[in-house]
Ligand binder design. Structure first.
Ligand code: PAF
Length: 285
């Protein structure tokens, strides 16, 4: 596996790997890799001829009071995992390589960026879309893989791809969960053992919403109420049932619905979601 940390070198190496009949897959990550990330790499390996990955903790998607400095970093272990999974090229850069002095251009999205996670993380999606567009331009992948865990991110990246006519097929892969249902996340390591046990209620709340939907409840407000009852106390950032295309709450559940929530613990803010058909079966954003 080639490891490169400069953009011109990444472009050059990708040009050498690219071939008209080769499908190039990209897995963008911020590192601290777990089974969730590896499931993206495995899907890419299955469906693409060449797989590239990036490990870049993107400062542009962290707010001033957020955990950029403390975000888990373990490049050596990440590189070993990616190499074992058959990744051809790993790109890892310093913030200064991606955002050199005088950097001025950011990708914004009007409505969606302020909804759900955007309510408490106002510049987060501007940072995500900007870095993802830069990575798409550097790698020019045919296919890019993202996890359902960050549902709002996937929805907004798909919207960017469609709005800006980008030639990338964005694929969403299912959430990988711990045995008690907690969605895998690089930030789970920051939970105290008590909060880690408590955090299983996020998944239980989503399951309760799913069961209510399957039993015929089509009122998004009631689905939210059901989830809130299971979540109980704690610092809830949001619990919502939204249309996965618009991230707005529909009057009734007609086709797909995204049950989504965020809860703050002292060590980490956790998000989780389920994207469901109207009969309660699971689907992806
Ligand atoms: O999901 C992530 O890890 C990040 O938001 C991404 C897509 C790699 C952009 O920094």
């Amino acid at each position: 596996m080639l490891i490169v940390d400069k953009i011109p070198q990444a472009i050059q190496e990708m040009n050498a790997l690219r071939h008209p009949r080769r499908i190039v897959g990209l897995v963008p990550t911020m590192g601290a890799l777990h089974e969730g990330h590896l499931s993206l790499v495995r899907a890419a390996r299955l469906n693409c001829d060449v797989v590239a990955a990036s490990v870049f903790v993107n400062p542009a998607q962290f707010g001033a009071a957020e955990d950029f400095d403390h975000y888990p970093r373990n490049l050596e272990a990440d590189a070993a995992l990616l190499e074992k999974e058959g990744v051809a090229l790993l790109f890892t850069a310093d913030p200064g390589e991606m955002y050199p002095e005088g950097y001025a251009t950011f990708v914004g999205q009007e409505e969606m960026a302020s909804r759900l996670c955007g309510g408490s993380r106002p510049k987060h999606f501007r940072g995500v879309l900007t870095v993802v567009l830069k990575l798409f331009n550097i790698f020019r992948p045919n296919v890019a893989y993202f996890g359902q865990k960050d549902a709002q991110q996937v929805v907004m990246i798909k919207r960017m791809v469609s709005d800006l006519n980008l030639a990338v097929d964005v694929r969403t892969m299912p959430i990988i969960r711990e045995p008690d249902g907690l969605a895998m996340s690089s930030r789970n390591v920051y939970l105290s053992s008590q909060d880690r046990r408590d955090a299983a209620r996020l998944y239980r709340a989503l399951c309760a919403g799913r069961e209510a939907l399957a039993a015929g409840e089509k009122d998004p407000g009631r689905l939210v109420e059901t989830m809130r009852q299971v979540l109980g106390g704690g610092e809830i950032d949001y619990v919502e049932a939204v249309d996965p295309r618009t991230l707005l709450t529909p009057e009734r559940v007609r086709d797909r619905i995204l049950l989504t929530l965020a809860v703050r613990y002292p060590g980490a803010r956790l998000i989780d979601n389920m994207c469901l058909n109207s009969d309660g079966t699971e689907t992806l954003c």
